[in-house]
Design a protein around this ligand. Sequence first.
Ligand SMILES: Nc1ncnc2c1ncn2[C@@H]1O[C@H](COP(=O)(O)OP(=O)(O)O)[C@@H](O)[C@H]1O
Ligand SMILES: [Mg+2]
Length: 330
Amino acid sequence: MTNAAISIKGLRKTYRGGKGQPEKHALKGIDLTVPRGSVFGLLGPNGAGKSTLINILAGLVVKTSGQVSIWGLDQDQNPRQSRAAIGVMPQELNLDPFFTPRGALEVQAGLYGVPKSERRSDDILELVGLSDKAEAYARTLSGGMRRRLLLAKALVHHPKVLVLDEPTAGVDIELRQMLWTNVRKLNEQGMTIILTTHYLEEAQEMCDEIAIINHGEKVAQDSTANLLGQMDRRTIVIVPDAPIAELPDSEGVTATLREDGSLALHYQSNATSAEQVLESVREADIRIRDVRTEEADLEDVFLALTSNRSDDPPADDQSKPRRGMHRVKL
Ligand SMILES: Nc1ncnc2c1ncn2[C@@H]1O[C@H](COP(=O)(O)OP(=O)(O)O)[C@@H](O)[C@H]1O
Ligand SMILES: [Mg+2]
């Protein structure tokens, strides 16, 4: 496993319950290998255990059991070296309000033992777009600027692996753009990137490989392309000539009417042919004005992998926006 950026075996975390609260099994024995050089997505709904896993990597949360190696260095045997190999941009905005961005980077560099001659605070501030705020107090920075500073802090010791925990949750478009541009740039320079997200589109767009976790368990890990290819679910969308009175009813075809009046027909291509799907439309006396197909996306993959597995209600109960119109959130 020495070629892995991160290697995790049997990782468990049980949070002790406080005052009458039961204990919480946040990670239930996770095995995970992150290839060097990848942009790796850790995908899962709120409460899945993503931050717990990230914080264990960062040395911020103490694992209950299991093995963690970062860049081939066992976290228990080589705590200092393994920590030096990783930089984490946390989900929480935890900044000392009395430091300026430049000051915060210098302190961070000091903590990691980066010699003065190797410090690149100004370059890093430039990279994240904070040059003109280098001497402003952290408490005067906007939420977006604080996030930029958190990314900058994660980079001061030139880590091999950069971890971003929900970097785009609630941020504006400009900041998202900055993050993705930098993620791509740093990855091209050889840095392994791990990002957690509950935005499927984001994982699909940014990541070479994805692991899906749910309720503290890994439910899938594969290349993004394979995960999508694994889904045999096809959709044909029909725009009818006139409003539809009766939905087609045919074995192997699930028909749903969409808000815009179009008809979505889902089927498995290994069991049902497109011809059979169209036949069911004709049988229902629907005249076709237009027709198109839709690819399976990660939402389908996720639903297929996690259905029948939930043992808790979802932490985030927001109803899903329609695919293609908004970013789809798990
Ligand atoms: N410090 C803690 N004490 C107790 N439970 C926690 C603590 N941190 C997280 N949890 C619980 O562990 C589970 C996983 O949380 P978390 O790792 O933050 O998930 P995610 O980042 O995927 O949303 C959740 O049920 C959460 O409530
Ligand atoms: Mg989290």
